[in-house]
Design a protein around this ligand. Structure first.
Ligand SMILES: Cc1cc2nc3c(=O)[nH]c(=O)nc-3n(C[C@H](O)[C@H](O)[C@H](O)COP(=O)(O)OP(=O)(O)OC[C@H]3O[C@@H](n4cnc5c(N)ncnc54)[C@H](O)[C@@H]3O)c2cc1C
Length: 584
């Protein structure tokens, strides 16, 4: 049967062949053959050559060799065509906007823009073209995606400066990339190859207004979440801002990526209503406020949300009104398990009890991560090296007691061998700090390595399967990794280590498999880190072409010249074509 199918395949494959009766047998011969035959002679030299062609009936090799040679030829054709198409696509996206044919500014335009930026922002070091600075800002130590240095770094002090910069960028058609804490992990702030203005927001870090009675605060976009909480503590204000992404992240970047962190189990993510108003400068230079300070509003579209997760592609956030929440007493507890699947499966049961809402955080550190924490030397006494859950439990002492009892009962049911509270506030602080410095500890425990951080998220009930399969896959691929996870949300990060390009290639393939596994489990390629450059290729698969096209329509309407952070998030018109080509 296979042979029959194969013969049909050959028959279809030779488009200009004809079936003829030759020496008592049916033969497929090419038009060229027939022309020769009509003159009475089938060339012997042709016959000789035909013995080496896997498409010829005279091929002297076996069927297997014939299939192999043909497959190799077709594979080479596909690779060649893909590369050719990619080179056209790259040229198109780099030199023109992705949806209009407007060219970005030339070198001369760039030089004129830099001159105007220097005139418009005269302060000390407000405009830099120092090569090391351009290189540092253009690349990220956390990302292995292609990048370029920026052409100029500018440091505005206020919204008016940002308007000025945007107007200059628009006049000369130079892309602008907003850059805040630079802790994003998917190449979000990388430079654009034909030239880009990097907008360093670090000088815009002022707290403008604290409204304690209303539980909110207005600040500039460059303020860091840790500084805001520290400032509230110093002032004796018993409120805090609960979004807690990477150390050093700022409000503008947190809005940009739609971040979350360890507190999301209790407080939700940036997409919950923690940002009441956003003040943003649009690509046309207009300054807008998305809302007033009222706690809720039903006035039209939720334009605040438009900027959350937009990765600096729709506007530059210059100020924001943050909703705050009361500081509640918390206790930190730790439970250890025989394996990661047992650890993760306990989580959903705990969160579904009536005490679930008193759990502020549930974090997983797998056995490799616990070992790395010990080796990195950040702990006074080494932890037992086991898959571990860290809990933050909130409330008054009666609630903490009740919640702790429930947690203890459930983790024991799921095989936990050890459950203990941090004895002192200092110990609790240390435990949590160790979780926050997981990346640093992983690298410190494995000198000479670099690390690729993944970010999939699935419905919590699917998490044990995903974590287990991922650990097996990484082990089979011979890759070292630690795993940490905001497992209360179904989100985990494999911190995969590599030393050289060969290992980096294996890491990249493992990450690809992990993302597809997560999407197949009704999950997402990114729970909190955002799309940047690294996750673009998965969006159509995860969301569907219609949803991605809706995003593109919004982008086209707001930024018709594609000046804001081009090539990031989901706005490559060409990405779909690239997906098709790479799946062929
Ligand atoms: C050790 C470590 C731990 C981390 N843990 C978490 C975690 O638990 N949860 C989590 O969500 N993330 C985490 N992250 C990722 C990172 O901290 C977040 O993505 C964070 O929100 C990025 O903020 P940033 O200020 O560093 O932004 P940047 O990296 O500077 O920028 C991020 C994006 O926002 C855009 N942007 C920046 N400023 C503005 C602005 N003013 N207006 C418009 N767009 C802007 C940028 O162009 C870019 O696209 C972690 C990172 C590290 C290194």
């Amino acid at each position: 049967m296979f042979r029959v199918a194969y013969r049909q395949y050959i028959g279809e494959g030779i488009m200009h062949s004809q079936r003829v009766h030759l020496r008592g047998k049916n033969r497929y011969i090419s038009q060229r053959f027939i022309t020769h035959q009509s003159s009475g002679v089938i060339s012997t030299s042709y016959r000789g050559v035909a013995r080496f062609s896997p498409w010829s009936k005279r091929f002297s090799g076996s069927l297997r060799t014939r299939i192999l040679l043909q497959s190799a030829f077709y594979a080479a054709c596909i690779v060649g065509l893909t590369e050719l198409a990619n080179s056209y696509i790259s040229r198109d996206t780099e030199n023109t906007t992705e949806y209009s044919k407007t060219q970005y500014g030339s070198h001369k335009d760039l030089a004129l823009a830099i001159k105007e930026l220097r005139e418009g922002l005269p302060g000390n070091n407000s405009v830099s073209t120092e090569p090391t600075t351009l290189q540092t800002y253009g690349f990220s130590e956390h990302s292995y995606h292609p990048s370029s240095p920026h052409s100029v770094v500018v440091r505005p002090n206020c919204t008016a400066d940002v308007v000025n910069i945007i107007n200059i960028a628009r006049k000369y058609k130079i892309p602008i990339v907003a850059y805040s804490g630079a802790t994003s992990l998917e190449g979000h702030t990388s430079g654009f190859s034909s030239g880009s203005i990097c907008l360093d927001m670090s000088r815009m870090d002022q707290i403008i207004q604290i409204n304690e009675d209303d539980c909110d605060l207005v600040c500039q976009a460059g303020a860091r979440w840790e500084d805001i909480n520290e400032m509230l503590k110093q002032k004796g204000i018993p409120l805090f801002f609960p979004l807690d992404p990477g150390p050093g992240a700022t409000i503008g970047g947190m809005i940009g990526t739609g971040c979350s962190g360890t507190n999301a189990v209790r407080y939700g993510t940036a997409r919950a209503e923690w940002f009441l108003n956003i003040t943003a400068v649009l690509p046309n230079g207009e300054v807008i406020k998305t809302r007033n300070r009222a706690r809720k509003s039903a006035a039209g579209f939720d334009t605040t949300k438009l900027f959350i997760g937009a990765e600096g592609t729709l506007g530059i956030v210059t100020e924001a009104t943050l909703r705050l929440t009361p500081v509640i007493p918390t206790k930190v507890a730790m439970a250890q398990f025989p394996d990661v699947a047992h650890a993760v499966s306990a989580v959903q049961e705990i969160l579904n009890t009536p005490y679930g809402s008193h759990i502020q955080c549930v974090e997983l550190l797998d056995d490799h991560m616990m070992e790395a924490t010990n080796i990195a030397g950040l702990v006074e006494h080494p932890y037992p090296v086991k898959d571990t859950l860290f809990f933050k439990i909130q409330g008054d002492s009666a609630l903490i007691k009740g919640t702790s009892e429930i947690v203890q009962t459930i983790v024991q049911k799921h095989g936990s061998t050890c459950f203990k509270f941090a004895a002192t506030d200092d110990e609790a602080q240390d435990l949590w700090q160790n979780r926050k410095y997981a990346l640093t500890s992983t690298l410190a425990a494995n000198p000479g390595t670099r690390c690729w951080t993944t970010d999939v998220c699935v419905p919590v009930s699917r998490l044990p399967q995903l974590v287990l399969e991922t650990k097996m896959d990484l082990a089979e691929s011979g890759l070292l990794s630690t795993i940490v996870g905001h497992v209360g949300d179904g989100n985990f990060h494999a911190l995969i280590l590599f030393r050289d390009n060969e290992e980096l290639g294996r890491v990249s393939s493992a990450v690809h498999r992990l993302v597809h596994r997560a999407i197949a489990l009704d999950g997402t390629c990114t729970g909190e880190h955002g799309v940047g450059v690294g996750k673009k290729e998965y969006l159509v698969n995860e969301l569907g072409e219609g949803t991605v096209e809706l995003m593109r329509m919004v982008k086209r309407a707001i930024d018709p010249h594609n000046l804001l952070n081009p090539g990031k998030a989901s706005f490559d018109m060409t990405q779909t074509l690239r997906n098709i080509l790479t799946t062929v």
